[in-house]
Design a binder for this molecule. Structure first.
Ligand code: CMP
Length: 143
């Protein structure tokens, strides 16, 4: 079953949107296999956003991700990576369609509430970065 890493970034936690966002993933039919709150260190943020190193918004992005608690989750299901990204909407809240998480709750590009892995390969690497293998549960039933 495909898995994806989802982060509810510090703005989502600070704005009390955690339950609202988790509800959307549950109602869509994805299954929660790991969940924890993390105060991301600079090192963790650097590793998570290594691909953005050197971009003009990089330092500000690191400051944002380390500014408060993040809710880190792993969701699984059929096409979990792309399903999560459809639920999230586009990176820029102002361009994201109503009905998506970013489209419904924000206008910012940087403070865009949520991160989801962009490919199954990156999901595997990101899950390994944020979680120990024993933090993921395994369900016995398939529903
Ligand atoms: P995310 O999906 O976590 O992936 C990279 C993050 O960088 C993105 O969400 C935004 O938070 C941030 N980001 C992307 N583009 C910009 C930009 N042009 N200006 C500021 N932040 C950005």
């Amino acid at each position: 079953m495909q898995k994806t890493l989802v982060l509810l970034k510090p703005d989502a936690v600070q704005r009390r949107l955690v339950g609202e966002i988790i509800g959307r993933f549950e109602r869509k039919g994805l299954r929660l296999v790991a969940l924890k709150m993390v105060q991301a260190s600079r090192e963790l943020a650097e590793r998570h956003y290594a691909v953005h190193r050197g971009k003009p918004f990089y330092e500000s992005l690191l400051a944002f991700l380390t500014s408060g608690p993040t809710v880190a989750m792993v969701w699984e299901g059929r096409e979990a990576v792309s399903v999560a990204r459809l639920l999230m909407g586009l990176t820029d809240g102002a361009r994201s369609a109503p009905g998506t998480i970013r489209g419904d709750f924000g206008l910012s590009v940087q403070n865009n509430l949520i991160h989801g892995s962009d490919s199954p390969e990156n999901a595997e690497a990101e899950i390994a970065l944020w979680f120990h293998p024993e933090e993921l549960v395994h369900y016995t039933s398939s529903d």
